[in-house]
Ligand binder design. Sequence first.
Ligand SMILES: [Zn+2]
Length: 218
Amino acid sequence: MIDRRISALLPVALSLSLAACGGANAYVDHVCGSAPNADKCTGDLDVPSARLEDFERAGRLAIDVVYSDRFTDEVRQFMVAHSSDADLLGAWAGRSAEQIVAGLRSSLVGVRVESAGGARRWFAFKIYGTIAKEGAVASGGPVEINSYAARGMSAAQLAGTIVHEVAHGIGLTHPHMGGPLSKDWSVALCEPPYLLGAIVEQLATNHSETALPHCPRL
Ligand SMILES: [Zn+2]
Protein backbone atom coordinates (compact mmCIF):
# COMPACT_ATOMS: atom_id res chain seq x y z
CA MET A 1 0.00 0.00 0.00
CA ILE A 2 2.63 2.46 1.05
CA ASP A 3 4.90 1.38 -1.79
CA ARG A 4 2.14 1.82 -4.31
CA ARG A 5 1.36 5.30 -3.02
CA ILE A 6 5.00 6.23 -3.17
CA SER A 7 5.38 4.87 -6.68
CA ALA A 8 2.28 6.80 -7.74
CA LEU A 9 3.88 9.96 -6.39
CA LEU A 10 7.29 9.29 -7.92
CA PRO A 11 6.61 10.85 -11.34
CA VAL A 12 5.29 13.97 -9.60
CA ALA A 13 8.31 14.16 -7.31
CA LEU A 14 10.67 13.57 -10.22
CA SER A 15 9.16 16.30 -12.36
CA LEU A 16 9.19 18.72 -9.41
CA SER A 17 12.83 18.04 -8.71
CA LEU A 18 13.74 18.37 -12.39
CA ALA A 19 11.93 21.70 -12.50
CA ALA A 20 13.85 22.85 -9.44
CA CYS A 21 17.18 21.69 -10.85
CA GLY A 22 16.56 22.94 -14.37
CA GLY A 23 17.68 19.69 -16.00
CA ALA A 24 20.84 17.63 -16.03
CA ASN A 25 24.38 18.92 -15.83
CA ALA A 26 27.16 18.25 -18.31
CA TYR A 27 30.82 17.91 -17.47
CA VAL A 28 33.90 18.81 -19.49
CA ASP A 29 37.44 18.37 -18.28
CA HIS A 30 38.69 21.82 -19.29
CA VAL A 31 38.42 24.56 -21.89
CA CYS A 32 41.40 26.39 -23.33
CA GLY A 33 41.94 29.82 -24.85
CA SER A 34 42.25 30.44 -28.58
CA ALA A 35 45.68 30.73 -30.22
CA PRO A 36 48.06 32.05 -28.90
CA ASN A 37 46.46 31.09 -25.57
CA ALA A 38 45.70 27.48 -26.48
CA ASP A 39 48.03 26.26 -23.72
CA LYS A 40 46.08 28.19 -21.04
CA CYS A 41 43.11 26.15 -19.85
CA THR A 42 40.50 26.28 -17.12
CA GLY A 43 39.75 23.38 -14.83
CA ASP A 44 36.60 21.34 -15.23
CA LEU A 45 33.18 22.75 -16.00
CA ASP A 46 30.14 21.15 -14.37
CA VAL A 47 27.22 23.13 -15.75
CA PRO A 48 23.65 22.71 -17.06
CA SER A 49 23.86 20.78 -20.33
CA ALA A 50 21.59 23.27 -22.05
CA ARG A 51 24.18 26.00 -21.38
CA LEU A 52 27.36 23.99 -21.88
CA GLU A 53 28.32 25.75 -25.14
CA ASP A 54 27.90 29.18 -23.55
CA PHE A 55 29.99 28.18 -20.53
CA GLU A 56 32.70 26.75 -22.81
CA ARG A 57 32.69 29.99 -24.78
CA ALA A 58 32.79 31.95 -21.52
CA GLY A 59 35.88 30.08 -20.31
CA ARG A 60 37.63 30.69 -23.62
CA LEU A 61 36.65 34.39 -23.63
CA ALA A 62 37.81 34.87 -20.04
CA ILE A 63 41.26 33.47 -20.87
CA ASP A 64 41.62 35.27 -24.20
CA VAL A 65 40.59 38.65 -22.79
CA VAL A 66 42.56 38.46 -19.53
CA TYR A 67 45.69 37.34 -21.43
CA SER A 68 45.36 40.21 -23.93
CA ASP A 69 47.41 43.42 -23.80
CA ARG A 70 44.21 45.43 -24.22
CA PHE A 71 42.94 44.10 -20.90
CA THR A 72 46.06 45.25 -19.06
CA ASP A 73 45.80 48.63 -20.83
CA GLU A 74 42.16 49.09 -19.83
CA VAL A 75 42.82 48.16 -16.18
CA ARG A 76 45.82 50.50 -16.09
CA GLN A 77 43.87 53.37 -17.67
CA PHE A 78 41.03 53.00 -15.19
CA MET A 79 43.41 52.83 -12.23
CA VAL A 80 45.36 55.92 -13.38
CA ALA A 81 42.10 57.85 -13.69
CA HIS A 82 40.12 56.57 -10.70
CA SER A 83 41.90 54.31 -8.22
CA SER A 84 42.68 57.34 -6.06
CA ASP A 85 39.09 58.63 -6.09
CA ALA A 86 38.22 59.13 -2.42
CA ASP A 87 35.36 56.61 -2.43
CA LEU A 88 37.37 53.95 -4.32
CA LEU A 89 40.68 54.27 -2.52
CA GLY A 90 40.00 51.56 0.05
CA ALA A 91 39.32 48.89 -2.55
CA TRP A 92 42.19 49.74 -4.96
CA ALA A 93 44.93 50.86 -2.52
CA GLY A 94 48.25 49.04 -2.71
CA ARG A 95 47.47 47.37 -6.04
CA SER A 96 48.95 47.83 -9.48
CA ALA A 97 47.38 46.89 -12.80
CA GLU A 98 50.31 44.56 -13.56
CA GLN A 99 49.94 42.74 -10.23
CA ILE A 100 46.17 42.37 -10.61
CA VAL A 101 46.41 41.07 -14.19
CA ALA A 102 49.20 38.64 -13.26
CA GLY A 103 47.06 37.31 -10.39
CA LEU A 104 43.98 36.88 -12.58
CA ARG A 105 45.99 35.15 -15.31
CA SER A 106 47.50 32.58 -12.99
CA SER A 107 44.23 31.95 -11.13
CA LEU A 108 42.16 31.52 -14.29
CA VAL A 109 44.37 28.64 -15.35
CA GLY A 110 42.88 25.57 -13.71
CA VAL A 111 39.85 27.37 -12.29
CA ARG A 112 36.86 25.06 -11.92
CA VAL A 113 33.37 26.31 -12.72
CA GLU A 114 30.14 24.84 -11.37
CA SER A 115 26.60 25.91 -12.08
CA ALA A 116 23.69 24.24 -10.40
CA GLY A 117 20.08 24.82 -9.48
CA GLY A 118 17.89 23.42 -6.74
CA ALA A 119 15.53 25.06 -4.27
CA ARG A 120 18.27 26.61 -2.10
CA ARG A 121 19.84 28.39 -5.08
CA TRP A 122 16.45 29.44 -6.43
CA PHE A 123 15.81 31.25 -3.14
CA ALA A 124 19.35 32.63 -3.07
CA PHE A 125 18.84 34.18 -6.51
CA LYS A 126 15.21 35.26 -6.22
CA ILE A 127 15.32 36.56 -2.66
CA TYR A 128 18.92 37.65 -2.16
CA GLY A 129 19.98 38.22 -5.77
CA THR A 130 22.97 35.90 -5.39
CA ILE A 131 24.56 35.38 -8.82
CA ALA A 132 27.81 33.65 -7.99
CA LYS A 133 30.32 32.73 -5.31
CA GLU A 134 34.05 32.49 -5.55
CA GLY A 135 34.32 29.21 -3.67
CA ALA A 136 37.90 28.56 -2.59
CA VAL A 137 39.42 29.62 -5.89
CA ALA A 138 42.84 30.13 -4.34
CA SER A 139 42.93 26.46 -3.34
CA GLY A 140 41.30 25.04 -6.47
CA GLY A 141 37.68 25.29 -5.37
CA PRO A 142 35.08 26.03 -8.00
CA VAL A 143 33.55 29.31 -8.98
CA GLU A 144 29.85 28.67 -8.43
CA ILE A 145 27.43 30.42 -10.76
CA ASN A 146 23.77 30.21 -9.80
CA SER A 147 22.04 28.49 -12.72
CA TYR A 148 18.91 30.66 -12.36
CA ALA A 149 21.05 33.78 -12.68
CA ALA A 150 23.01 32.21 -15.56
CA ARG A 151 19.82 31.71 -17.58
CA GLY A 152 19.69 35.39 -18.44
CA MET A 153 23.41 35.80 -19.11
CA SER A 154 25.35 35.74 -22.37
CA ALA A 155 28.71 33.98 -22.71
CA ALA A 156 30.48 37.35 -22.34
CA GLN A 157 28.56 38.07 -19.13
CA LEU A 158 29.39 34.61 -17.80
CA ALA A 159 33.06 35.30 -18.63
CA GLY A 160 32.88 38.59 -16.71
CA THR A 161 31.24 36.79 -13.78
CA ILE A 162 33.97 34.13 -13.71
CA VAL A 163 36.63 36.87 -13.66
CA HIS A 164 34.71 38.74 -10.91
CA GLU A 165 34.86 35.63 -8.73
CA VAL A 166 38.49 34.90 -9.58
CA ALA A 167 39.24 38.52 -8.54
CA HIS A 168 37.77 37.70 -5.11
CA GLY A 169 39.99 34.64 -5.08
CA ILE A 170 43.10 36.84 -5.33
CA GLY A 171 41.91 39.01 -2.46
CA LEU A 172 40.12 41.84 -4.27
CA THR A 173 36.90 43.09 -2.70
CA HIS A 174 33.97 45.46 -3.17
CA PRO A 175 33.58 46.94 0.32
CA HIS A 176 30.59 49.06 -0.80
CA MET A 177 28.61 45.90 -1.48
CA GLY A 178 28.80 43.09 1.02
CA GLY A 179 31.42 44.85 3.12
CA PRO A 180 31.50 47.00 6.24
CA LEU A 181 30.97 50.30 4.36
CA SER A 182 27.56 51.61 3.42
CA LYS A 183 26.04 49.76 0.48
CA ASP A 184 26.27 51.83 -2.67
CA TRP A 185 25.97 50.14 -6.05
CA SER A 186 27.35 53.06 -8.04
CA VAL A 187 30.59 52.84 -6.04
CA ALA A 188 30.70 49.04 -5.75
CA LEU A 189 30.52 48.66 -9.53
CA CYS A 190 33.80 50.64 -9.75
CA GLU A 191 35.55 48.45 -7.18
CA PRO A 192 37.88 45.73 -8.51
CA PRO A 193 35.73 42.58 -8.96
CA TYR A 194 32.84 44.36 -10.72
CA LEU A 195 35.15 46.63 -12.71
CA LEU A 196 37.35 43.78 -13.94
CA GLY A 197 34.29 41.71 -14.89
CA ALA A 198 32.84 44.67 -16.82
CA ILE A 199 36.10 45.20 -18.74
CA VAL A 200 36.09 41.51 -19.69
CA GLU A 201 32.50 41.73 -20.87
CA GLN A 202 33.18 44.87 -22.88
CA LEU A 203 36.34 43.53 -24.54
CA ALA A 204 34.68 40.18 -25.25
CA THR A 205 31.92 41.96 -27.17
CA ASN A 206 33.87 44.93 -28.57
CA HIS A 207 31.80 47.18 -26.31
CA SER A 208 28.60 46.11 -28.06
CA GLU A 209 26.93 44.56 -25.03
CA THR A 210 26.04 46.55 -21.95
CA ALA A 211 23.28 44.46 -20.43
CA LEU A 212 24.92 44.08 -17.02
CA PRO A 213 25.15 47.30 -15.00
CA HIS A 214 28.69 48.62 -14.94
CA CYS A 215 30.79 51.36 -13.38
CA PRO A 216 29.61 54.80 -14.54
CA ARG A 217 33.25 55.92 -14.44
CA LEU A 218 34.38 53.21 -16.90
ZN1 LIG B 1 31.64 39.97 -5.61
